[in-house]
Ligand binder design. Structure first.
Ligand SMILES: [Zn+2]
Length: 293
């Protein structure tokens, strides 16, 4: 499942061909993605201009001249391919392979500037939805999302306050999209390792009784922002040369310090521990039991 850095990398890859361009023709080859596309999907897009391509958590939001917003989610296995003249690219470097099988090309955007943007999704957990801009605040997919981790609203005070009194683990709290949006298994593990906090620690222990942040909350927020920014930078660097990227493993995975590194030496300075894998709420957690307290 792509996390925030992958989606942001995809957004940056699509932005140059979609922003300011018009949908000339839209092909919806399969309407049954995670939920059905609206019947008038193509008609509501065609001839509309993309005024901006933004992101909220793991959703891409294309702001259209009609007043609609096109919400796009990659699901488990979705990806976009861009064709522009001779140039072809698959924006986004992913930890898991992307498919390029034509049978899984479900939606094709022919842009007025000559670019073609193809949405491919073998498992069809991805989704697209049209929402009037005026109803965006009430949109159920977005309504309950917590703050953007790279935004100013996400800081030690807001995270501590969200974790106040929480008996669940820090791993579970950070994976909860209502507490902070866009983090998944990989970046939660990586951030906790950098902050030297145990994934098993009770979430409430980053706040005092009144919900004020302590040093742990400060370190954790810094670690989350750093790891996300580094991952986005790694994805971005691979986009610049417009290589065929499908199927290659991502750049940032070479920077994983704990994720899928069970049995390897801890890389935290001064630590001689070994990375361990445990299971929390059905998902693998990787951490160093020596320096993560
Ligand atoms: Zn360690």
């Amino acid at each position: 499942m792509p996390e925030l850095p992958e989606v942001e990398t995809v957004r940056r890859g699509l932005q140059p061909v979609m922003e300011g361009a018009r949908f000339a023709k839209v092909e919806a080859r399969r309407g049954d993605l995670r939920w059905p596309l609206p019947k008038d999907f193509a008609a509501r897009l065609e001839n509309q201009k993309v005024q901006g391509l933004g992101r909220r958590a793991k959703y891409l939001l294309a702001d259209l001249s009609s007043g609609d917003v096109l919400l796009m989610h990659l699901g488990m296995s979705g990806s976009f391919r861009v064709f522009q003249g001779e140039r072809k690219s698959t924006p986004g470097k992913f930890h898991h392979d992307r498919s390029e099988h034509l049978a899984h090309d479900h939606v094709i955007f022919h842009m007025g500037n000559g670019a073609t943007v193809t949405f491919n999704d073998p498992r069809r957990f991805g989704s697209m939805k049209l929402v009037p801009r005026s109803k965006l605040d009430e949109e159920p997919l977005l309504r309950s999302l917590g703050p953007e981790p790279l935004g100013n609203a996400f800081d030690a005070a807001s995270l501590a306050s969200a974790c106040q009194g929480k008996k669940t683990s820090l791993k579970a709290a950070l994976s909860d999209q209502r507490i902070v949006a866009g983090l998944g298994n990989i970046y939660v593990c990586e951030a906790l390792h950098r902050a030297r906090l145990s994934p098993k620690r009770r979430a409430a222990t980053i706040a005092d009784r009144r919900g004020a942040p302590n040093g742990r909350a400060q370190h954790l927020v810094e670690a989350i922002k750093t790891v996300l920014n580094e991952a986005i930078a790694a994805g971005g660097s691979s986009l610049r040369d417009h290589r065929q990227t499908s199927g290659e493993l991502g750049m940032f995975q070479h920077n994983f310090r704990v994720y899928e590194r069970a049995g390897k030496r801890c890389t935290n300075k001064g630590c001689t521990g070994t990375v361990k894998r445990i299971v929390q709420t059905g998902r693998s957690t990787f951490f160093c039991p020596v320096c993560q307290k």
